[in-house]
Write a protein that binds this ligand. Structure first.
Ligand code: ZN
Length: 429
């Protein structure tokens, strides 16, 4: 290095600017995490204020006073539990940031391999596994204490842990595969990695949407075609009427884990499928089941899955493009206390810095999804019956002890489906 006074000054100055940049970035990251936590608590508080001691007029005929009280207790228990788990996560990540935890994990991963791709895999592997293990007591408590207390839980410890192990394997294969590819693209193409990564991830998203029901669901549940009987006859009549193939309707053994009921549409083109939970069939009468099915067929007819994937792919492209602008900046890694800039460490910092943008994109997706729910309801009303759908939705809400009076801000942030009262209102119009 040139030792002339002027260059020493300029060197010191550059170092100072750099140091300031890492600290600023470090505090922005911390600020985002804290802001997010506080925002969630404010929304919890607004939501909580919506509850009344007596059954509100609007819910008469849906909840009885006793069930209303139970739903309130269930809500409060989940609220307290949510504060505990998110508080725990916040403390954990703040400790990682302030005590140099990411640098430590990076060193451990570096001892396992110096290959850039393997290093990234070990780094995220250690972080992911540690996070999951630390969260396990919380999810055990949620399933076997809270859900159990309100009669929802049907899972066993054995099922719980086999699910977990399957989840780990899936995460390692899918998440690890995608990560390895992205890092490899970065090594061979530099700044342009985002385009290759986008193409491959988009292809994978389409593939997964198509084959989710045939490749992933069978690892956890059994899906069977509808059994012969009155229900099947009724469903066949409706499917014929709206030109939807009956052999795309399946029943899933959701009762294996929870008594909560549900139904969904998945897949694309020939791989489309409507899945009804066995618990739904048990709880609703045939008219209500056909109405719920009509709602799901509405999603299909209006091509909601197809446009949903398209939106997700566009979002993914935007995220990867922005990532490509920032990833080269050494300040990202250094803000997490890692001196030698590394792609995988920068990815974590980027993930947190990007979270306000992804929250906004999430809000758009949720608003779009709520609009689709109204359209699917309208389809069910037009082609089958609005009153049967309304009756079915009411039953499901009570059965699942849903919060029927969420605060509008909470709905805006978190609900992918409109609250029941809004749906009933639309169905009556
Ligand atoms: Zn829907």
């Amino acid at each position: 290095m040139d030792e002339s006074p002027l260059s020493v000054i300029s060197y010191t100055f550059t170092a100072l600017i750099r140091q300031t940049m890492y600290s600023v970035l470090f505090y922005i990251i911390t600020g985002i995490l804290l802001f997010d936590f506080v925002l969630e608590r404010i929304m919890d508080h607004l939501n909580n204020k919506q509850w009344t001691a007596d059954l509100p007029e609007t819910l008469k005929g849906i909840y009885d006073p006793e069930k209303y009280r139970t739903s309130q207790e269930y809500y409060r228990e989940n609220l307290k539990f949510g504060i505990l788990t998110s508080g725990f996560s916040l403390v954990l990540i703040l400790l990682m940031l302030f005590l140099g935890g990411f640098a430590l994990v990076n060193t451990w991963a570096g001892q396992l391999s110096t290959n850039t791709i393997l290093l990234a895999l070990f780094f995220f592997g250690i972080l992911g596994l540690a996070m999951d293990v630390l969260n396990t007591p919380f999810s055990l408590y949620n399933t076997f204490v809270i859900e159990e207390k309100y009669g929802f839980n049907k899972s066993t410890l054995k099922l719980f842990f086999t699910d977990k192990i399957k989840g780990w394997i899936l995460g390692a294969v899918i998440g690890g595969g995608i990560l390895a590819m992205v890092v490899w693209f970065y090594i061979i193409t530099g700044k342009w990695f985002w385009l290759l990564a986008w193409a491959v991830i988009a292809g994978f998203m389409i593939f997964m949407t198509m084959f989710y029901s045939t490749l992933i669901v069978p690892l956890f549940n059994k899906q069977t075609p509808l059994e012969d009987g009155e229900l099947k006859t009724r469903i066949r009549a409706f499917c014929n009427k709206v030109h939807f193939a009956l052999d795309n309707v399946y029943v899933i053994d959701g009762s294996k884990r929870s008594s909560k009921a549900n139904a969904y549409f998945s897949g694309l083109g020939r791989k489309k499928r409507i899945v009804l939970y066995d618990t739904l069939i048990e709880d609703l009468n045939p008219d209500e089941i056909v109405a719920v099915l009509a709602h799901e067929i509405g999603h299909y007819k209006m091509k909601h899955t197809r446009s949903g994937i398209l939106l997700s792919i566009l979002q993914m492209g935007l995220t990867l493009y922005i990532l490509s602008w920032f990833i080269k900046n050494p300040a990202l890694s250094m803000a997490l206390g890692v001196e030698e800039p590394a792609f995988h460490v920068s990815l974590v910092a980027f993930g947190i810095l990007y979270s306000p943008i992804s929250t906004i994109l999430g809000l758009i997706m949720n608003a779009w999804s709520r609009k689709n729910e109204f359209s699917a309801d309208a389809f069910a009303k037009e082609h089958f019956s609005g009153s049967h759908l309304a009756a079915g939705l009411k039953k499901l809400a009570v059965k699942n002890l849903s919060n029927l009076r969420p605060h509008p801000l909470y709905v805006f942030f978190h609900y992918s489906h409109p609250p029941l009262l809004k749906r009933l209102e639309h169905l009556e119009q």
